[in-house]
Design a protein around this ligand. Sequence first.
Ligand code: SF4
Ligand code: SF4
Length: 440
Amino acid sequence: MGEFIRITRRQALKLLAGAAALLGLGPGSPLASQDAMTGKNRSMAAPQKTTPGPRRGTQLVSVRPCRTYDDAEVHAAVSSALRAIDFTPRRGQRVLLKPNIMAQNTPEQAASTHPAVAGALCRIFTEAGCTVSIGDSSAFYQGGCTREGLETTGMTAVAEQYGASLLPFETTTLRRITTKRYLNPLYITEAVFAHDLVVNLPKLKVHRLARYSGAVKNIYGCVVGGTKQLYHIQYQDRPDYKEFWGRPLVDVYEAVDPGLTVMDAVVGLDEDGPAATGTPRQTGLILASRSAPALDVVACRIIGFDPRWVPAVREAMDRGHTSLERAAALSSIPLPSVPYRRLPDDPPATGIMRSLDHYVFDRIIVQPSISRSRCTRCGDCVEKCAAGAISITRGGYPSVDLEACIRCYCCAEYCTAGAVSMSGGVINHLIRAVRRIKRI
Ligand code: SF4
Ligand code: SF4
């Protein structure tokens, strides 16, 4: 009975309105509403009247079956999931969809959000009179790699179909934020603030470092270019690095504060994620919630992971964003159990292995350098560098202070003269070459 108290009055009325369907107990029946942690069906007694409160509403997670990526099926599942949590788009809203564009993968590899899910959201928002952008910054940077990832994952085609804008975050300006937490200062894309609503579109994945990659983790892509790796380097020597890393992830989640999360769990990524080295896993679900942490709690439960075992989810709970008790699944089917593999933890790197870690990381990160022969001395890069790392030297040419540079690589994208190139990053180049050949 206690779980019913978390159902808003409007949802309670919907439950009553669906009384005929309740008797049928078929798919789509709201009767199958389940508790997130116990997995048991809730009592079917008439819900108590409650005072709707935003806190309660945000903790609801709708779970809908979706067996394939057929556009019509995905659209129906996403629409149903949004109705269940009483989400309605507002006309005129500027909406930013943030899928998971891990790398230059194809949809079949299940390492990125499927375009059918982004397409369903584009359709829902554009039909409601909203303008839509699709943006991300992929995991490892080389010039144009996010744009390429948007293309290979099918997002470019979706954007064209619905008249949405594509926003590789390296082409945006950055905002510097003081978090008073772990990533301080924190730089994230200004695109987050230039839109009225950020819609988080994670892919359900096992993650070698984060253990599980879901809603909170997906928001880390709002950190742009190689700044993602710089933040890792800042903490990678901690003996508790794996457990600790959830804290910076929640810093970024709090700064972005997505208003809606819709998870692609139709085919998840099991085994050796988060890249395409993992194994696609038919899971057959779409999840939606206003609370990314609550959605993660429910998703963890479905795949058999203790939410507190996942550092980012545990940290989000410890900061009060959700809890095992408050995150409540509204499932139109009995809440499924699709156990994913819990990867064994790698032992913390010490001695030579730690030095090797540093060596590899240093060579993943490329650094900007400016060609005087190409530079037109327009000064755009100076103005737009959020870290203030570019200054004008004698002769009017810009110069990069690599100590101050946060490796966001925005200057390379801003410079229309093509005067900014990336040097170093031997391993980065190697990874990209292998990925291009093997498409991993
Ligand atoms: S934006 Fe390009 S062309 Fe303009 S000053 Fe910077 S490097 Fe030179
Ligand atoms: S110089 Fe500025 S814009 Fe360019 S990568 Fe460094 S921090 Fe980013």
